[in-house]
Design a protein around this ligand. Structure first.
Ligand SMILES: [Zn+2]
Length: 149
């Protein structure tokens, strides 16, 4: 189930992740589930929260049904971000880190790849342009000890 995105788009995005971050194209591709943002927030945060997409291992990518994942660069970059998490999981990257640190590192890298993609596609070097869309865990401060390890 690719949520109407198409295998060619997924392959292109995984190839891009490979060229930017060095991850091999995963053998297993995630299912893509389009749904209202409220539903994603409920699933991930248990309450309203500013989130448009998430990757849940074993289930796949949940993503805002209103994003255009094929023609719109920003929409596609949100999908790309989640696919970075897929590649991270497949490769075992960061898996040895304490939970909070791992979360931060995974997000740093996914946003970096997303920025790099947008820079290439839009041709404008505006790093940080999409910072307003970013959500970080409460334990984002890397100097803080992880809560559960
Ligand atoms: Zn993320």
């Amino acid at each position: 189930m690719d949520g109407g995105v198409g295998e060619a788009v997924l392959l292109t995005l995984f190839m891009l992740i490979k060229s930017i971050a060095g991850y091999p194209v995963p053998e297993e591709w995630p299912d893509i589930h389009r749904m209202p943002v409220a539903e994603i927030a409920e699933r991930v945060c248990g309450a309203p929260c500013p989130i448009r997409a998430a990757y849940i291992a074993g289930e796949g990518v949940l993503i805002d049904e209103e994003l255009d994942l094929v023609m719109d660069a920003f929409g596609q970059s949100v999908l790309l971000h989640e696919l970075v998490h897929v590649a991270q999981d497949e490769s075992g990257a960061f898996s040895q880190m304490p939970a909070c640190r791992r979360y931060s590192e995974r997000e740093y890298e996914a946003y970096w790849v997303q920025d790099e993609y947008l820079r290439r596609v839009t041709g404008s070097g505006l790093p940080g342009l999409f910072h307003g869309n970013r959500t970080w865990p409460p334990c984002f401060d890397k100097n803080e000890s992880p809560p559960d390890e």
